[in-house]
Ligand binder design. Structure first.
Ligand code: SF4
Length: 319
């Protein structure tokens, strides 16, 4: 799985490495965060309530697995992003904090538990993501469909956003997930094509771009969304080229956030992009025709996804 989320963790203290494939990589020192990257401590009663529910239902969240910096703020408001198909990913992206390894069997009770949690939390909008499941013949497409259908049944008024893997070499899987008709189909390009080999080695830039295009071709009503991390060594011109590529695929919503290095074994932060530069990216992206843009240091795929979805809908209606 590839998610636009990271933060420092205590991996080195854990006996069994979370990222065995990265143990032989050289250490990259973790840069001190600038003043504009400040997050709320996860201590509120709302946070504890969300944590209790997630545990009770036996669910996995990307908020925890990716050590998302926004967890204090989001969970206080009951906004959790559920990660289906287990906590172990078959890919080993150099930016991602999700565990790598051979995942277990698909949990066929999970769709019902996710749907129960969504209902209990009275979510107006939910984001569902997953690990990459290259080990499954359909890449997990059937499970995505099952989860979407279970949520629709339990909470018909909840809008659903999915953040999917790339279903590389899984014939028919993408179409199956599109046909399950989530409201928002998100797939992150994550970085510029030049950096794919080092940052997202198991993925292919043009495959991911074609995926976004395919969603729009097959179901023009679904909103499409994609995200980029910055601070990995990309240039401004490369980011603008990716924006153009996304617009060619008719992507509606662009997210851009600062990459944060989870451990010394992960890809290094090359630089911290300033809030002013993020603002400039937002202005450029809006001029290029995206319906919705979120570009701030702490922007993540699912950050403020509920209120942003309302804005996205309003922007389409106004257009
Ligand atoms: S930004 Fe997304 S992943 Fe991070 S805590 Fe919020 S909902 Fe979870």
């Amino acid at each position: 799985m590839t998610v636009l989320i990271n933060m420092n963790s205590k991996e080195d203290a854990v006996q069994k490495p979370r990222h065995p494939e990265k143990q032989n990589r050289p250490d990259s020192p973790i840069l001190r965060k600038p003043s504009w990257i400040r997050v709320k401590a996860p201590t509120s009663s709302g946070f504890n309530k969300t944590r209790k529910l997630v545990k009770e239902k036996g669910l996995v969240t990307v908020c925890e697995e990716a050590a998302c910096p926004n967890i204090g703020e989001c969970w206080e408001k009951s906004h959790a992003t559920f990660m289906i198909l287990g906590d172990t990913c078959t890919r080993a992206c150099s930016f991602c904090n999700v565990k790598t390894g051979l995942p277990g069997a698909v949990d066929h009770d999970e769709p019902a538990r996710v749907a129960d949690a969504v209902k209990q939390m009275e979510l107006a909008h939910v984001v569902i993501t997953s690990v990459d499941r290259d080990d499954l013949a359909d890449g997990g497409a059937q499970h995505f469909e099952d989860v979407i259908f279970a949520i629709r049944k339990a909470s018909p008024h909840t809008t659903i956003e999915i953040l999917t893997p790339d279903f590389l070499r899984k014939d028919g899987a993408l179409d199956q997930v599109i046909d399950a008709k989530a409201d928002v189909f998100n797939h992150n390009l994550e970085t510029v094509p030049r950096l794919y080999l080092s940052i997202r080695p198991g993925a292919r830039y043009y495959h991911s771009l074609r995926l976004l295009d395919r969603v729009k071709q097959r179901d023009p009503n679904q909103f499409t969304k994609s995200g980029l991390m910055v601070g990995l060594g990309e240039t401004k011109e490369e980011i603008m080229q990716v924006m153009d590529d996304m617009r060619s695929a008719d992507v509606d919503f662009l997210t851009i956030g600062q990459y944060l290095q989870p451990t010394r074994k992960h890809a290094a932060v090359e630089r911290f992009v300033t809030p002013e530069e993020f603002k400039a990216y937002e202005t450029i992206a809006r001029a290029k025709g995206f319906l919705m843009v979120s570009a701030t240091p702490l922007t993540r795929s699912s950050y403020h996804a509920d209120s942003d979805f309302e804005k996205l809908r309003a922007a389409r209606a106004a257009g």
